[in-house]
Design a protein around this ligand. Structure first.
Ligand SMILES: Nc1ncnc2c1ncn2[C@@H]1O[C@H](COP(=O)(O)OP(=O)(O)OP(=O)(O)O)[C@@H](O)[C@H]1O
Ligand SMILES: [Mg+2]
Length: 648
């Protein structure tokens, strides 16, 4: 029934009323009648009608009053007024009040039928139109929701480049409110250095020069936005908007629309990955060279120790030999930097009071570089850290020397220590653990660095210094060292405004015990036992044999792991101690140790390596190996290492 149109006929002439009703019912309409105003209102209150045929002149109420009632109660109901022969005025008045049409009496039925049909058709169309409109509105609301819920910034610009719309993401990403940006030029949120780039994109769209491409841009964050960076890198996709389809000529540019996606995380990860890969590759390379170089130094060191046995301080060559020893020490320092970076061992980890270490180190530096004023600010009750002293000294010295070089006319150096707690957000980019750290900052008032330089300073061999002045290893090895301590290293600087280097070292639970200053005893401890010296390097075998002989020992030699096992089997009863290289091509020190111990569980072994004590060496020591000696070693170190084990 609901598809049948309902018509109400209101006329005070019952005959007219009834005949209209009969006629319209026969056409399939549902009809009702009202013979006067009162009845009409009752019908209208009971039911809804699509159409009312209304006689304008009635005794109890005027047609216009009924019309007003209909308009107020059901405005979608159509009204066709039926007027008397002469009253043009009232017809016009009815139309003004919202009647759809009018019929002047007398009219024939055909006429009536046509008008009614026409009116109802129009109404149906209008309703469908409204329905579609409503749906469109709904669809548009959904799109609006999606646009605002999107993590990307979605925007439209007018022909001048001013925002006409910008989605909600701009608030979380950059800290602006959308309303605040509407009407502003896009350049107001583009990072200064990228404004030209943004302008290019906009102009390309305006002139239709090129199809859309992905452009990377940096956007400025609002000042009160809570992020570490002042900029956000986005990938921009933008299209031109025209007043007619793009392929048509004479189209007018009315603006652009586009999407800006936050790619800063991706960029950061990419950069980190690249950096890590680069560091690893160069580390392998540098490590290899350093290893060989270390063995050469070992040879030189050994030979000078031997020469010292025969010459006194009044010997004409004494100063030269001493000079060679000093050079070797410096060379060893260099390989240590390289190895520190490459394999990143912590050679000797002890609980350390960083305040004390830093004070010593900076006093020494201050004494040698008078033009730099050193200021210290130290945390009281500083947490203990477990570090390799010499490595951390090396890091500080690298900072100091760089700072000194960055302040050619002299300047100030501020050193500060601080206990700090680092949370997830602080440590995540560096792959470190959350927890307590001791922070050390070194700030200078020197020339500073631009961003490009800052990005690269931790790369090995990156230097801005002239040939011969810098090798570019200082910060690379510092980076390696801090990383291997489970710490964080970073830099803040602006060109012309000085630089700050920060390191964070994990705080340890231990308290500092008695610190016995590592005074290297120079004495040579002699002995007459038999030593089996195992090493795959000829240099080490040659020099080691001579050193050991000079110290009074009997020496057996093995030039590799397998040979070591053979030699030991044959001389089991003779050998008192084995000096064992850790890394050998045929059979590593670890395997040799395990095999020999099966033959004799009480075997005594001094492990030797150019690499750190951490990692492999520690494992072997934990399996019971008696001691460790770092290459390059000199005679006193070797002889003391051996005596310590034999006398135990
Ligand atoms: N405090 C600083 N102020 C300004 N620039 C610095 C500072 N520290 C480091 N740099 C920059 O970082 C680069 C790399 O430093 P790094 O210590 O790794 O190598 P280097 O000093 O050039 O050479 P090396 O330390 O091996 O002698 C320097 O060349 C310099 O451009
Ligand atoms: Mg340096």
């Amino acid at each position: 029934m609901s598809n049948v149109s309902k018509i109400l006929i209101i006329d005070d002439e019952p005959r007219m009323c009834d005949s209209l009703r009969v006629l319209l019912s026969s056409q399939g309409y549902y009809t009702q009648t009202g013979y006067n105003g009162k009845e009409a209102i009752e019908c209208l209150a009971r039911d809804r009608f699509d159409l009312v045929l209304l006689d304008i002149v009635m005794p109890d109420m005027t047609g216009h009053q009924i019309m007003d009632y209909i308009n107020s109660q059901s405005p979608e109901t159509l009204i066709i007024v039926m007027t008397g022969h002469a009253s043009v005025d009232s017809a016009v008045e009815s139309l003004r009040r919202g009647a759809y049409d009018y019929l002047r009496k007398p009219f024939d039925f055909e006429q009536l039928e046509r008008r009614v049909k026409n009116a109802l058709n129009q109404n149906k169309l209008k309703r469908e139109y409204d329905l579609i409109n409503g749906k469109l509105e709904l669809t548009e609301k959904r799109y609006q929701y999606l646009v605002n819920a999107s993590p990307d910034i979605i925007y439209t610009l007018n022909h001048e480049g001013k925002f006409t719309f910008i989605s909600g993401a701009v608030e979380s990403l950059l800290g602006y409110k959308s309303e605040q940006l509407v009407g502003k030029h896009y350049a107001s949120i583009v990072f200064e250095e990228d404004i030209d780039k943004a302008e290019n994109v906009f102009n390309e769209r305006r002139t239709g020069a090129r199809a859309t491409t992905n452009v990377e841009l940096r956007l400025k964050c609002s000042e009160n936005h809570n992020t570490p960076d002042s900029c956000l890198t986005v990938e921009l996709k933008a299209m031109g908007m025209y007043d007619r389809p793009v392929d048509q000529k004479d189209k007018k540019f009315i603006g652009t629309y586009g999407v800006a996606r936050d790619v800063s995380n991706r960029k950061r990860l990419e950069a980190q990955l690249l950096q890590a890969q680069k560091m690893k590759a160069i580390g392998t390379l540098a490590g290899g060279i350093a290893h060989d170089f270390n063995n050469l130094l070992m040879g030189i060191e050994g030979r000078t120790s031997l020469m010292f046995l025969d010459i006194d301080s009044d010997h004409p060559h004494f100063a030269h030999v001493k000079g060679i020893e000093d050079m070797v020490a410096r060379g060893a320092g260099l390989t240590k930097q390289l190895l520190g970076f490459a394999r990143g061992g912590k050679y000797e980890v002890k609980p350390v009071d960083l305040n004390e270490l830093i004070k010593k180190c900076s006093e020494m530096f201050g004494r040698t570089k008078k033009e730099v004023r050193v200021h210290g600010k130290y945390q009281q009750e500083i947490w203990t850290v477990e570090v390799d002293r010499t490595q951390i000294e090396q890091v500080l010295l690298n900072f100091y020397v760089n700072a000194w070089q960055a302040m050619p006319g002299g300047g100030d150096l501020y050193i500060q220590t601080e206990n700090a707690r680092l949370e997830e957000g602080d440590v995540r980019p560096f792959g470190a653990m959350t927890g307590n750290y001791v922070k050390v900052s070194v700030t200078d008032t020197g020339v500073g660095m631009d961003e490009e330089t800052q990005r690269r300073i931790f790369e090995p061999f990156f230097t801005t210094k002239e040939m011969g002045r810098g090798t570019g290893l200082g910060l690379a090895s510092s980076y390696g060292i801090i990383k291997n301590h489970g710490g964080i290293i970073n830099v803040y600087s602006k060109k012309g405004k000085g630089a700050t280097f920060n390191i964070y070292l994990p705080a340890a639970d231990t308290l500092i015990g008695e610190q016995n200053p590592e005074e290297r005893e120079k004495e040579i401890h002699e002995g007459h036992e038999t030593v089996l010296l195992v090493d795959d390097e000829d240099v080490i075998i040659d020099i080691g044999q001579e050193m050991l002989t000079a110290a009074g020992y009997d020496v057996l030699l093995a030039r590799g792991g397998k040979e070591a096992v053979e030699v030991y089997k044959k001389n089991k009863d003779k050998v008192d101690i084995i000096v064992l290289d850790m890394i050998m091509p045929d059979m590593g020190g670890g395997d040799v140790y395990d095999t020999l111990r099966e033959i004799n569980p009480d075997i005594k072994v001094l492990l030797s390596s150019g690499y750190s004590i951490s990692g492999q060496a520690t494992e072997i020591l934990e399996r019971g190996c008696n001691g460790f000696i770092q290459k390059p070693f000199n005679m006193s170190q070797l002889s003391q290492g051996i005596r310590k084990i034999l006398d135990n």
